[in-house]
Design a protein around this ligand. Structure first.
Ligand code: FAD
Ligand code: NAP
Length: 475
């Protein structure tokens, strides 16, 4: 094996003539350049890297990502009919192409490399691996066939490899979604959008095909609290109100006394409440598909034999003085709602990727104080904050965390001793036969997806087979 091959990252990088790649591969590290490792190539990882590039020009920043492809929930979460939101990818790409930044895809923290190893090789480790699981209701019948977490449906229509063979049945007329966050709205909208509109998006071909045959006519969006406490936001509600071939139907009784609170509401809440009341006021007999938000109901049980046939809902009352934070309390009253598909959308949850990581299992977050976990170890994004907030929220969190790191490097002299960085990590990956994918590998996958998409009038046709991704990246 030539010397070049030994020190280069991957075959693909050797073949490229890209200046930055060559600079990255052949440049010798100055003795104590800070070696920074980021785990997770989602918004938190990329925004943290962007800040390090800006503030620590001499640092080497390595972004490890479990998948061969970058961008986290921007690729696998953001709805396919929201292409503008995905424009942040251009900023991330610019960061990835900086000569001091290295993307190391297809490397999983916890199995391919341990936290202990990363901490040994790098001065700083920033964990930004997001929230991979979903919260569960823990009610009877939650594991019945066709009761599915929204997270899996999102992964299915967005091409997350492990959700590509999702067993979802859209042959019935009624779907019930538990939870009223923006994820629930996304899922309802994608399953209800006229199929010709979906065809123009980067939705997976198999989801498109199955949705085109969907018989779902009615969607219930079940919230345990009232309209004033609903988690969805105005833009997402507007989209539902305007959805072609679909009527939004409100229940008048859910809005009793709501109007009286409007003058005291903060502006965003005021605007969305006014919109709901206006829509209720203008409600006409529904035509086409029906989107039916229902408030003050908690799921007690999913019922069915071989598959879900209905959900038992407990009727709630609200308690507490603080109007926007009132709590739902069950009464003795219950209702039965028939359904053919049950979706749970009550939030995501992080996992403990490595056993040495201090982790709060009940909340699903890494234990941290203002992003600090231990000396040289930090958390950013949803992994540290919990699974709330849009990309902008994650951006300001990641910038803040990166700034704390920069200050700690200076004050605590974290880079006092020289560290090997990727040079040592690569030895471990090679020994384990892990086929790490570099940025050029991702660019090949990207090109291939875009080309395949063009053939059918889509922005891209996502590759969902990890093996195939690796083959293309290495070709
Ligand atoms: P993620 O985006 O989840 O990134 C984490 C990365 O870490 C992933 O790439 C993952 O593969 C990787 N990873 C996981 N485990 C490991 C491991 N063990 N080793 C290595 N890598 C690992 N916000 C908006 O502004 N607009 C929207 O339209 C919008 N839509 C959304 C739709 C959905 C369904 C969801 C769930 C969220 C949406 N958001 C939206 C919110 C936005 O996606 C988040 O704020 C943001 O993605 C959080 O970023 P993150 O980097 O913390 O996590
Ligand atoms: P979310 O906004 O926190 O909503 C979770 C929903 O589940 C709430 O309605 C919550 O009700 C309900 N819930 C929680 N536990 C429950 C239980 N035990 N029983 C019944 N209901 C329960 O979470 P999300 O929808 O997963 O979204 C996560 C973040 O991503 C949010 O910040 C969201 O804005 C963002 N996001 C943004 C977009 C977008 O910008 N288009 C799209 C998707 C996601 P309570 O309010 O009563 O707790």
């Amino acid at each position: 094996m030539s010397k070049q091959t030994k020190i280069s990252f991957g075959e693909t990088m050797l073949k490229t003539r890209n200046f930055y790649a060559l600079k990255r591969v052949f440049s010798t590290q100055k003795a104590n350049n800070p070696q920074i490792c980021i785990v997770g190539a989602g918004p938190a990882g990329f925004y943290a890297a962007q800040h390090f590039v800006k503030k620590l020009g001499h640092a080497q920043i390595d972004i490890y990502e479990r998948l061969p492809v970058p961008f986290g929930l921007v690729r696998f979460g953001v709805a396919p009919d929201h292409p503008d939101v995905k424009n942040v990818i251009h900023t991330f790409t610019k960061t990835a192409k900086n000569p001091n930044v290295r993307f190391i895809g297809n490397v999983n923290l916890g199995t391919d490399v341990s936290l202990e190893q990363l901490r040994k090789f790098y001065h700083v480790v920033v964990l930004a691996y997001g929230a991979d699981e979903n919260r569960t209701l823990n009610v009877k019948g939650e594991t019945l066939a066709n009761v599915i977490p929204a997270r899996q449906i999102v992964g299915w229509y967005n091409g997350l490899p492990w959700n590509s063979d999702l067993n979802i049945n859209l042959d019935g007329e009624t779907a019930v979604i538990i939870g009223q966050g923006n994820v629930a709205i996304d899922v309802a909208r994608i399953l209800m959008t006229p199929i010709d509109e979906l065809r123009k998006t980067d939705i997976t071909s198999f989801a498109l095909e199955q949705i085109s045959r969907s018989k779902i006519k009615k969607f219930y969006l079940i919230g345990r609290r009232g309209p004033l406490q609903a988690a969805f936001t105005i833009k997402e509600l507007r989209e539902m109100l305007k959805l072609g071939g679909c009527s939004t139907v409100w229940r008048k009784e859910d809005f009793e006394g709501v109007a009286a609170h409007i003058p005291n509401l903060p502006r965003p809440k005021k605007r969305i409440t006014e919109l709901m009341l206006k829509s209720l006021e203008e409600q006409k007999p529904p035509s086409g598909k029906i989107f039916n938000p229902v408030f003050l109901r908690s799921p007690l049980e999913f019922r069915g034999n071989n598959k879900v046939e209905g959900v038992v809902l407990g009727v709630n009352e609200l308690e507490g003085e603080d109007m926007l934070n009132r709590k739902a309390v069950l009464t003795k009253e219950t209702e039965n709602l028939k359904c053919d598909l049950g979706i749970t959308s009550i939030g995501y949850k992080s996992v403990q990727a490595d056993p040495t990581l201090p982790f709060d299992n009940s909340r699903g977050v890494v234990l941290n104080t203002n992003s600090r976990v231990d000396k040289g170890l930090y958390v950013a994004g949803w992994l540290g904050t919990g699974p709330v907030g849009v990309i902008l929220t994650t951006m300001s969190n990641a910038f803040g965390v990166a700034e704390i790191v920069v200050n700690d490097i200076h004050k605590q002299k974290l880079d006092e001793v020289s560290k090997p960085g990727f040079e040592e990590a690569k030895k471990i990956l090679d020994k384990k036969g892990v086929e790490a994918i570099d940025w050029f590998g991702w660019e090949k996958i990207d090109k291939c997806e875009v080309n395949e998409g063009k053939k059918v009038g889509k922005p891209r046709e996502k590759i969902v087979d990890i093996r195939k991704m690796i083959q293309i990246a290495q070709s």
